[in-house]
Write a protein that binds this ligand. Structure first.
Ligand code: NAG
Ligand code: NAG
Ligand code: NAG
Length: 210
């Protein structure tokens, strides 16, 4: 084999091995350590649906107050995580019924390996004397009224988009996991003129996708 060809092949092999090693290290450090999310509790109160705008049959207002405690767990053995941003949104049948009112608490934090943190998020769409509700389509409003009156549970979806930095020594990795939690909250009326409310302490696992 000519000298040049051998050197070229050797260089290529070294590059392959290096690339393989980098991928392996990257995988060993980061991949197996997706965060875990569970719903600790959800408290719903003052849920009312009103067709506030009589001149428009196409819209209704949903008023409610929902506080969700979401537990985030870092299962990593070595990696700590910075949470840089948490955006929570609540959906009912694919209709957005509100972003979290005043962000989350805590809104940013640092999470050591093998620890969990409970993040509280409040969806505050209830005001004394009405108003402050979220406008939804009449079909969505009808479905919601049906679920509250069924004597069963209201099915909501909590969507949380998180911006995190995985930190291992000098390695840093920015990721944007998406957390989806199904909330099934049994509701009953809270009394005259007060709407519906209910509590779950589910501990249900949420889906986390990277
Ligand atoms: C629900 O409504 C009642 C009165 O109608 C009010 O006193 C209470 O503060 C409301 N709850 C929330 C969480 O807004
Ligand atoms: C009521 O609906 C009409 C027609 O859709 C709209 O022009 C008006 O702004 C609405 N009023 C309120 C208070 O939402
Ligand atoms: C929202 O803001 C109020 C007042 O600033 C605060 O007391 C409450 O804890 C906040 N809620 C959340 C979920 O951050």
């Amino acid at each position: 084999m000519p000298q040049g060809e051998r050197r070229c092949c050797g260089g290529f092999c070294a590059l392959l091995v290096t690339a393989g090693l980098v991928v392996l290290i990257y995988w060993a450090i980061f991949q197996p350590h997706h965060i875990r999310a569970t719903v600790d509790s959800a408290v719903l109160s003052n849920l009312t649906v009103s067709n506030s705008n009589a001149s428009s049959a196409a819209a209704a207002a949903v008023s409610y107050d929902l506080t969700v405690s979401l537990r985030l767990y870092n299962p990593s053995v070595r990696v700590n995580i910075y949470y840089d941003a948490i955006d929570a949104e609540l959906r009912f049948r694919d209709a957005v019924v509100g972003p979290a009112a005043n962000d989350t608490s805590p809104s940013v934090f640092y999470q050591r390996r093998k620890t969990s943190e409970v993040v509280k998020m409040e969806f505050d769409y209830w005001r004394p004397g009405g108003g402050g509700g979220v406008t939804v389509g009449s079909d969505v409003a009808r479905e919601l009224v049906k679920e509250t009156r069924s004597g069963g549970a209201v099915s909501l979806e909590l969507d949380v988009d998180v911006r995190v930095r995985y930190v291992f020594r000098m390695f840093k990795l920015r990721l944007k996991p998406r957390i989806r939690c199904s909330l099934s909250i049994p509701v009953k009326t809270e009394g005259r003129h007060r709407g519906f409310g209910g509590v779950v302490a589910s501990g249900d696992r949420c889906s986390v996708k990277y």
